[in-house]
Design a protein around this ligand. Sequence first.
Ligand code: CLF
Ligand code: SF4
Length: 518
Amino acid sequence: MRAATGEATMTATDPTNPLLHIVQPQALQTVCDRSGATLGSCGSAAGAGDLPPAVWEKIKNHPCYSEEAHHHYARMHVAVAPACNIQCNYCNRKYDCSNESRPGVVSKRLTPEQAAKKVLAVASAIPQMTVLGIAGPGDPLANPDKTFRTFEMVAAEAPDIKLCLSTNGLMLPDQIDRIVALKIDHVTITINMIDPEIGARIYPWVYYKGRKYTGIEASQMLSERQLLGLEMLTARGILCKVNSVMIPGINDRHLVEVNRAVKQRGAFLHNIMPLISAPEHGTVFGLSGQRGPTAQELKALQDDCQNEMQMMRHCRQCRADAVGMLGEDRSGEFAAEKIDSKKAFYNPAARQAYQQAVEEHREAAAAAKKEELALLSGQRSDISIHIAVASKGGGRINEHFGHAREFQIYEVNVEGVRFIGHRRVDQYCQGGYAEEDNLDTVIRAIQDCVAVFVARIGGCPRKGLEDAGIEAIDAYAHEFIEASALAYYKQYLGRVHAGDIEHRGRADAAIRQGALTA
Ligand code: CLF
Ligand code: SF4
C-alpha cells in the first residue's frame, strides 16, 4: 500500500488538488507535454489493451463512456433544445428531459451563440472538461438546427472537445448524415422497450411528420426508428450508448431483451437508470404511485445484462445544463449573466498539458490497484462486500463524511474490485452543524455496505454508523479508492477467518427518490 498522500504534499498540477478548480490555465503551461499509454476501464472492465485503439481513443477521456475516466474528466451540457416530439409517462415537460436528467430540474435555455460562448468559458476554467453534450431540455433532434448550429460553432473554436448527443431516437434515421459530417462520435439513444405493448404503457403519444400517433402504433413506430437509427449509426462507426429507464412491473425484466437487441445492433454500452418517480414531479407515473427500483433490484438487472455487454453504472442522471465532474454541479458558476464577465482564455496547449498530468495520475492509481490485486491472488472465499466511499474526484478518498452529497459504492471480492453505483444523500453537515436526521438518510442509502471510507468523520456519525453495522474508516484518507478497497477486503477476510467479526448479508439500500435539483 502506498503511503498516504496528504493535501500538504499536493502540487499545482496534481489532479487531486482541489485548487485546480480555480487554477488559471496559464499556470499549467509549464507541465511537460508528452503522450503516453493510459490504463482504465470502459463501462466496467475493458481498458486500453482490450479495445481497438480507435475505440479507446474515443472513450479514454469521456466521463460517461469510461467508468474510470469519470473520476478524472468532466462534461458539460448546454440546454439549447427545448422542444420534444414524444411524451414519456415519467416526464413533465415543465422540467428537463428525464431520459438524461433527474426529474424536477429546470435548466436555463440558451441560444446556440450563448451556448458556444459558455463552452469556451468553461473549457478555459476547467481544463479537464473534455466533452460537450446536448441532452435537452427537450429532444436535441426535435430541435435539429439549434443543436447542430451549436456543435458547429464549438467544433470550429475548440476542436479538441468531443461532441456528444442524447436523443429519444425518433428522428435519428433522418439525421445520420449531419451527425457524421459534424464528427459527433458519441450518441446516446433512450430505448425503454422493443415490445410495443410494453411501449404503450410508457409512451402515450408520438408526433411524427405532422401527425400524432397513440397507443401501440406510436410505440411500434418509435421502436422501429430507434433500432434503425442505432444500426445506421454503428454502421458509420459512431459509438452508441443506450439509456433505459428501469420501471418496475412495466419494463424491468423486458430490459434483458432490450439489452440483447441493442447489442446485436452494435451498441457499445448500456446504461440502465432507475426510474425516479414522485407525485411532486407531476408526471403520469409520479401521480399514479409508480415506484422506482431499489438498489438491489437495479444491480440484479445490471448484473443479468452484464454478460451480454458493458454496463454503465456511474450515470448521475445529470441536468441539461450540467457542468463539471459527474456528480458535481458547477452550472451556477457559468450562468449566462456571468459568462460576459468571464474572460475566456481557451488554450488547447494548456488543456493538453493538464490532461497529460491527469493521465499520469491515472497510471499511478492503476499501478496501486495492480499491486493490491497481486497481494490478493491465491485467496479463496465466497465473501463479497460493498464499500461506500466519500470522494470529490481523482479516484481518491478525499471527502469528509459530513460534506458528502453522494457515496460511490464498490463491490469487492476475491475476483477484484468494481464500481457498482452511487447513492445520493442529504449532506450530514449543514452550515457547520450536524443534521442528525440526515444520518438516517445516509444509513438507508448505504446500508448494503460493511464500511464507509472517508477523509474524516466526527465521533457522533461514526457511532451512529457503527450502530447500523457500518464501519467508518478514515485510515485510507487521500489514498486511491480501489487499492484501498482491496487492502481493506484482505484485512476483512483476515478478521472473519480469525473469528474477530462475523460476516453477514446486508440489507437492501434505497436509491434516493424525490425532487432532486442538482
Ligand atoms: Fe452528456 Fe449523455 Fe453525453 Fe454524458 S451525460 S449527453 S453521454 S456527455 Fe452521462 Fe449524465 Fe448519465 Fe448522460 S452521466 S445522464 S449518461
Ligand atoms: Fe420528456 Fe425526454 Fe421523454 Fe421528451 S423524450 S417526453 S423531453 S423524457
